[in-house]
Design a protein around this ligand. Structure first.
Ligand code: ATP
Ligand code: MG
Length: 906
């Protein structure tokens, strides 16, 4: 083998090799797949090209090369169980790929793969094995074409070309859609790698599930469109989609026995060892926690860089889970203080060149990791001890599965993610009811009002609508790319009804009162994306007699747009011409809020700093909501400055400039790309501020043409949205006017009430408050004097009951302090006796205080008992010490009776 290359060099050589073959380099897309609600994370290189294969998106290149960031930790592809246990699966990994969109095919793909591996990188040809497709059911054609092409490769051993069936060698995107046979390249690491040598039935070989043969690279040849479970149609344009595990090829080229010993991950392992002060031997004897920590720290750093911070649901939950899981494995190595930031520093250093988003979000990554570890530390101990209790209870009952609801409670109240609970249980040969966990989580999510995040339509209906779309295209009811969508120019447009759907069934006609989904040949209704909500409006027949009210618009499958709503008047049939009318007033309110959101984003970065990143937004007609990364609450001054400057920008009346551009060009010019958005190669950019725009974003939303249209901008609240994320809500235009007008009216009412002028309102109220304070003091002084006078008078006619001195005194509008003073005076004035003081105030409440001298306490009379008794009879409660007790109540008439007959109570 030639000299050992670094991981970064290997990635670059891969890219350069295919660039040399006419491929365009396309940067990795975000780990958060844009516009695809069916997928939690990008899990393969093809995700960003899915629409190209489906024919819904076109690029101006036909050959592409990339290294895609992937996460396989949820959904269909979930490798979490293997991570830590083996040396070849990660949660986060890179997938190297070369792509042909209707351009070259098997011949070139196979020849170039062979050339790169064996000639450029010098991999030993005798250790390479390849697989081709042969249908075990005999229904789909054998991929002899691939096998024949492999045979042509110089130095390939013909016996190393093998055939496998559907599971290993036929690739499908979904139940329907593009698909085709694939060819995998495996590397024989040598017999010593077999981890099943003890198993007498095991025979080493490709796809035999031992670690000797390493799957390196999968070449997928997309040549069919699956229209049903039994029908494949040949595609007019055939594609190539390849994916090579980057860490795996690096392990082969660096001649090490584990992905974790490549220069990509070994520095992380060594940092963990340094922090835990273990020897190399100790490390190798107990490698699992090392692997988990290295893998998870890297994954978390990449997630946070893509805007996914720790949180409670969806993607954010995954981020939280892997950080906490890493922390727990770290604690097994004695790492009890936050340490993941230190590991992430190395990730950033190692990967920052190829993935600049890491460097850009350096601080955010470290802060989020550390904060999450700290948060976990505060609950983990109690969480684990609760879990221990639950395990003991399980064992006692002879059960082996922990209740899912209980597992969710462990998460919700003690911060233990399901995956950690599962780890702990598995270490004791127990399991957890995962279905029950997710059911409980779902219930909690809906109850807490956060249920909309992954709406319907994403999964189940997609298939139905894509089949329907396909037939509408064939019948020429839709353009070949599907519904023509132009929310920028078509807010009122003549269109045709292409199809109607009720309850997932295609129908010909709908009548008054019926709810349905209507597919039009073209539409200007905006579909919720980038935080901007969907348009509402109506579809009207030519004569104006038939009206369909649109209450939602969605895109369930590529090229298919459905207007959901109800027939309000008349009826509609497929094929009818209609006027599609967006509610223009509402749309204008939305546009004001959307442009204001861009102003706010820019202003926040200016005032708070460049670390501010959008973490979610809502652009509705009545308000805008903007979530962003920032560690602490904003001060009143900051908020005022932001609001003031935005209003100045509005008044400057900047024209907005909207242009179509290449993504790369826009990014180079410094346009802000937002997390969670999908960007094709051609993007729309919005800039505000002329030559040197102060706001420049990639955005598909609808906007005002000049900032003055926004009207007034008012921030209505600022608060915390999640850890490390702040949320601002604001209003503009009509809502802002309404608020200002309402507030002004209130002000005028106040002015009238206190009978002053508007300018004098504040000093006047100040004065009133001051006066009230003075009066209160006067009154309490007066009340105290009065109480003392009353007491002096009462003192002279205390009663003697059964030879004991008893004083009862009812005061009015006095206070607790005065009563206590009187109680003190009584004890000084009378060496032996009992007193009960009551005070009734204007609001009808009665306070009681009783005191008893020590000699009587010895006889069993206590203040506590007296108060308890009296209070309970006047509708209240009370109690206290034998010497002094207090209470209250409300029934004044009863109190007077009691005072009359106080003897009965002693
Ligand atoms: P495996 O059977 O090893 O899990 P796969 O069949 O799931 O692989 P593909 O979906 O074909 O893999 O992905 C293409 C390539 O990506 C694989 O050949 C492999 O090299 C790499 N790969 C897949 N999953 C992982 C992972 N979790 N971590 C690292 N590399 C991976
Ligand atoms: Mg796999």
């Amino acid at each position: 083998m030639p000299k050992i290359l670094t991981g970064n060099q290997i990635r670059q050589e891969f890219i350069d090799f295919f660039k040399g073959k006419g491929h365009q380099f396309v940067p990795s897309s975000s780990l958060v797949p844009g516009g695809d609600q069916t997928l939690l994370f990008t899990n393969a290189g093809m995700v960003q090209f899915k629409d190209v294969f489906l024919g819904a998106d076109k690029r101006n290149y036909t050959r592409a090369v990339n290294s895609q960031k992937c996460m396989r930790v949820a959904g269909k592809h979930n490798d979490l169980d293997d991570v830590g246990r083996d040396d070849l699966h990660h949660t986060f990994f890179e997938m190297l790929g070369n792509w042909s969109f209707g351009d070259y095919y098997k011949k070139e793909a196979i020849a170039w793969a062979w050339e790169l591996l064996t000639e450029k990188w010098g991999v030993d040809k005798s250790r390479l094995w390849v697989t081709c497709f042969k249908d075990e059911k005999g229904q789909v054609e054998t991929d002899q074409e691939a096998a024949d092409n492999w045979k042509l490769q110089p130095g390939i051993i013909h016996d190393h070309i093998m055939f496998y069936g559907r599971k290993d060698n036929f690739w499908e995107m979904a139940d329907t859609g593009p698909c085709g046979p694939c060819s995998e390249i495996h590397f024989d690491r040598g017999p010593e790698y077999c981890d099943k040598q003890e198993d007498p039935k095991h025979i080493c070989g490709v796809n035999s599930d031992c670690h000797r043969y390493l799957e390196l690279w999968n070449l997928v040849f997309i040549q069919y469109n699956r229209t049903s479970s039994t029908n494949l149609e040949p595609l007019p344009a055939r594609h190539v989609d390849t994916g090579m595990g980057f860490e795996r090829i690096v392990s082969v080229l660096q001649n090490v026995d584990s992905n974790y010993r490549t220069d990509l991950l070994f520095p992380l392992i060594e940092k963990v060892r340094e922090l835990s002060r273990q020897s190399e031997k100790e490390r190798d004897e107990n490698f699992t926690p090392y692997r988990v920590v290295a893998d998870h720290a890297r994954a978390a750093a990449f997630l946070i860089a893509d805007g996914v911070v720790p949180g409670n649901i969806g993607r954010n939950y995954i981020c939280r889970m892997i950080i906490r899981r890493a922390a727990r494995f770290g604690s097994k190595l004695g790492l009890t203080e936050p340490f993941l930031g230190k590991i992430a520093e190395i990730v950033i250093e190692q990967y920052g060149g190829a993935f600049p988003e890491l460097e850009k979000n350096h601080k955010t990554i470290i802060n989020n990791l550390t904060r999450e570890e700290e948060r976990f530390q505060t609950t983990v101990e109690s969480g684990l001890s609760y879990l221990e209790d639950a395990v003991r209870a399980l064992k006692k009952q002879g059960k082996s599965e922990l209740d899912g609801k209980l597992a969710f409670d462990l998460y919700a109240t003690h911060g233990l993610p399901l995956e950690i609970t599962r780890d702990v249980l598995r270490e004791k040969n127990l399991e957890v009811d995962q279905k029950g966990f997710f059911a409980a989580m779902e219930e909690h999510r809906i109850n807490s009002g956060a249920g909309k995040e992954f709406g319907p339509m994403g999964g189940e209906d997609a298939e139905f609508f894509s089949i329907l779309g396909e037939s509408l295209r064939k019948e020429k009811k839709l353009d070949q790319h599907g519904v023509i969508y132009d929310p920028y120019n078509l807010s009122k447009t003549d269109s045709l009804i292409a199809g109607i759907v009720t309850d997932s069934d295609s129908v010909k006609e709908i009548i008054k009162g019926q709810e349905a989904g209507v597919i039009l040949s073209k539409t200007g209704f905006y579909i919720e994306s980038g935080g901007q909500v969907s348009d509402l409006g109506k579809l009207v027949s030519e004569d104006g007699k038939n009206i369909f009210e649109v209450i939602d618009v969605r895109k369930p499958a590529p090229g298919i747009i459905v207007h959901f709503g109800k027939v309000e008047q008349g009826k509609f049939s497929a094929g009818d011409p209609v006027l599609a009318e967006v509610d223009q007033k509402r749309r204008q309110d939305i546009m004001r809020n959307h442009t204001a959101t861009h102003l706010l984003h820019a202003e926040l970065r200016k005032v708070l700093g460049e670390h501010v990143r959008q973490a979610g937004s809502l652009v509705a007609p009545d308000r805008l909501r903007f979530d962003f990364t920032h560690p602490s609450a904003l001060s009143q001054d900051e908020l005022q400055q932001i609001e003031k400057e935005i209003n100045e920008e509005i008044l400057n009346n900047f024209a907005l400039s909207m242009t179509q551009k290449k993504l790369s060009e826009a990014l180079e010019e410094g346009a802000m790309a937002l997390f969670g958005e999908k960007y094709g190669e051609d993007v729309r950019t919005i800039s505000i501020g002329g030559e040197n725009p102060f706001s420049y974003e990639l955005c598909g939303g609808t906007h005002v043409s000049e900032t003055a249209e926004i009207g007034t901008f008012i921030i209505t609240s600022e608060g915390s949205a999640a850890a490390g994320i702040r949320r601002i809500e604001a209003i503009t235009g009509r809502k802002a006017y309404e608020l200002v007008s309402r507030r002004l009216n209130t002000l005028v009412e106040i002015k009238n009430l206190i009978n002053t002028s508007l300018d004098e309102v504040v000093p006047s109220i100040d004065r009133l408050i001051h006066e009230k304070e003075e009066l209160r003091k006067e009154i309490s002084k007066f009340a105290a004097t009065k109480a003392k006078t009353v007491y002096q008078a009462a003192k002279s006619n205390v009663r003697q009951i059964a030879g004991k001195t008893v004083l009862t005194l009812l005061l009015e509008n006095s206070d607790q302090n005065t009563m206590r003073e009187l109680a003190d005076s009584f004890r000084q004035d009378f060496p032996s006796g009992t007193a009960v003081f009551a005070n009734s105030d204007d609001s009808g409440n009665i306070q009681l205080i009783s005191t008893v001298t020590d000699d009587l306490i010895k006889e069993g009379i206590t203040a506590g008992a007296i108060i308890k008794k009296i209070a309970s009879e006047i509708g209240g409660s009370g109690g206290g010490r034998p010497q002094l007790a207090q209470g209250g109540g409300t029934d004044l008439t009863r109190l007077k009776e009691i005072f009359e007959n106080i003897g009965d109570y002693l």
